[in-house]
Design a protein around this ligand. Structure first.
Ligand code: AGP
Length: 576
């Protein structure tokens, strides 16, 4: 679970003496150091790796949190929105709160209501809690774990004579592939030989056991130095997996539970890298289907009382399927009667189960915090949706694009051969403090994505802009210390981007350029050139994103940064 947060960790084991708890600040290795050499006894325990929301990363704020008597221990993922009121209530009742976290409240509430029935005490405590939670709870006299969820992901792993509770499947894949997904407001009582699930009103819930296809090996690094590099090199396979069964004899095959003719507008909502693919989705759907598309940050959409309704298709894009703002935006769209559609990677994730219909990426697990293969496959699936919709409208099929899509995995393999060349460029720019990324048309969102990749894993400040915007301000930043990354592959904006390059050169700016393999002109303007195979403009964002991923990866690696777990970030942002 460490890729989900890694600023502190802890665990509690139930043994003959009661509950034994160990905590440490930093990555899990620090906790391992702390317990190494200790004789640990017991066969029931809970553990947590933290991404701080309330209270700085330190041992007191690390989970598990216990009540004052040390009889109840909890680990929590989520945010308790009314924790101040509950803290005042408990303090007035004489309970002593020792940490700055919202989570600790839960342990005290359960202790307050514990009057013989552990699960009843948990239910009573949860009735008072507003906000989100994925909880695992133990009590010193009980040979069971109680798990409960609202808003944050939680799964059960059904093992042979052992049971697991986790925030996602990758934690238990080494032990079982039998997974039960908990839904909101469900509570599971888990014992070594089994489990039962009820909703918070006490009604039994029958749960389906899913068989997970992913292997642990898929989650291992396969000899690559980092998960991010492995996932960059997995893109041909990821594209093959997402195209499988979706293109047959030049026709797009998608089984969508959608009345496309009733739709008058599309609104795409997402966060971070998924928002960048959403922007490319706008360009693709407007060009190929001819339907108006708006793109919104989920965190803005959810609080803006959005004007969407029954003739609108709200598409949510999320690799993890657990991003809190995107989930809330989806619920907002559903409440407004809009049709909802998900482009999701993690099968069975909350957003995937919340949307009306959608497409799975089948990109496989993405462990590196910086999204790579999920981004390129999101763009492929947006293109498949656009081509399918055009087909359903009876419009002339885009044969060239479909042909290029089928040839895409091979084209990507050609780009992957550039890794060493790009590392040489990274060596040249590893010490720069700022970089601007510029592109036009389909390449503008790629510039945004390139800048985000560099920012999030190398900690170098970078900004992406539509190249023409430079003259309206940012060009003031240009001097010999401000390199500019141009995404300048050949399309209808090529001549314009060349003159933008001249403007930068005239002011002493150093240029790096992504160009089409047959380009002869740009290498006269700069020697920092990365050549990529030519494809239809609609596929260029997929091809051009990969040199961006490599550049950021190599700069971060040259700076000795563990870019699989960059500072201050988490793979899935399950809090708002
Ligand atoms: C991208 O590299 C980041 N990890 C982040 O911006 C991410 O794209 C964003 O948090 C959205 O995540 P999602 O696709 O899982 O919803």
């Amino acid at each position: 679970m460490e890729y989900r947060g890694y600023d502190s960790a802890g665990m509690t084991i139930k043994n003959s003496a009661g509950l034994a708890t160990f905590k440490a600040v930093g990555k899990i290795t620090e906790l391992e150091k702390k317990i190494s050499g200790k004789k640990l006894e017991g066969n029931l325990g809970i553990a947590h790796t933290r991404w701080a929301t309330h209270g700085e990363p330190n041992e007191i704020n690390a989970h598990p949190h216990l009540d004052a008597k040390g009889e109840v221990a909890i680990v929590h993922n989520g945010i308790i929105e009314n924790y101040c009121a509950l803290k005042d209530f408990l303090t007035k009742e004489g309970f002593k709160i020792i940490s700055d976290t919202d989570s600790e409240i839960v342990a005290h509430l359960i202790q307050k209501f514990h009057n013989g029935s552990f699960s009843e005490a948990v239910v009573k405590a949860l009735e008072l809690i507003e906000g989100t939670f994925g909880l695992a709870i133990v009590q010193k006299d009980e040979n069971r774990i109680i798990a409960a969820r609202r808003g944050s992901p939680l799964v059960l792993g059904v093992g042979e004579g052992e049971m697991f509770v986790a925030s996602d499947v990758s934690a238990v894949l080494d032990y079982t592939k039998k997974i039960v997904y908990l839904n909101d407001d469900e509570l599971a009582v888990v014992e070594k030989d089994g489990y039962s699930v009820k909703n918070l009103k006490g009604k039994e819930v029958n749960k389906k056991v899913h068989e997970i296809k992913w292997t642990l090996d898929q989650i291992e690094k396969k000899g690559f130095k980092h998960f991010m590099l492995k996932e960059i090199f997995e893109q041909p396979e990821a594209v093959i997996n997402t195209l499988r069964g979706r293109i047959k004899e030049g026709k797009i095959k998608l089984s969508l539970d959608l009345d496309l003719d009733s739709l008058k507008r599309v609104v795409i909502v997402a966060c971070g890298t998924s928002w960048h693919s959403a922007l490319i989705g706008k360009y693709l759907l407007e060009k190929i289907v001819g339907i108006p598309v708006e793109v919104d940050y989920a965190s803005e959409f959810r609080y803006r009382d959005p004007l969407v309704g029954k003739n609108d298709l709200v598409i949510v894009i999320s690799q993890s399927g657990e991003t809190a703002d995107t989930l809330a935006a989806l619920k907002e769209a559903k409440a407004k009667g809009a049709k909802t559609f998900g482009i999701i990677n993690v099968v069975g994730s909350t957003i995937a189960r919340e949307v009306k219909t959608g497409i799975y990426l089948h990109a496989g697990p993405e462990i590196g915090v910086a999204s790579t293969k999920a981004f390129t496959v999101q763009v492929v699936d947006l293109l498949l949706l656009a081509l399918f919709w055009r087909q359903e409208k009876g419009l002339r099929p885009e044969k060239n694009i479909i042909r290029d899509l089928e040839a895409l995995p091979e084209k990507i393999k050609e780009v992957l051969e550039q890794s060493d060349n790009i590392r040489k460029l990274a060596e040249k720019f590893v010490n720069c403090k700022n970089i601007l990324y510029l592109g036009r048309g389909f390449n503008f969102p790629v510039a945004l994505e390139g800048a985000l990749k560099l920012k999030e894993i190398s900690y170098i400040h970078a900004e992406g802009y539509p190249a023409a915007e430079m003259k309206h301000g940012p060009i003031a930043l240009i001097d010999k210390d401000m390199p500019v990354m141009f995404i300048a592959t050949r399309d209808s904006t090529y001549e314009k981007i060349l003159s933008n390059m001249e403007e930068i050169r005239a002011r002493g700016g150093e240029i790096i350029a992504i160009v089409s393999e047959e380009d002869k002109r740009i290498s006269k303007l700069t020697k920092n050139v990365i050549k990529v195979p030519s494809v239809s403009p609609e596929l260029m964002p997929i091809i051009n994103a990969i040199p961006m991923q490599f550049f950021a990866y190599h700069v971060a690696d040259l700076k000795g940064i563990d870019m699989d777990k960059p500072r201050n970030l988490a793979k899935s942002v399950t809090v708002e």
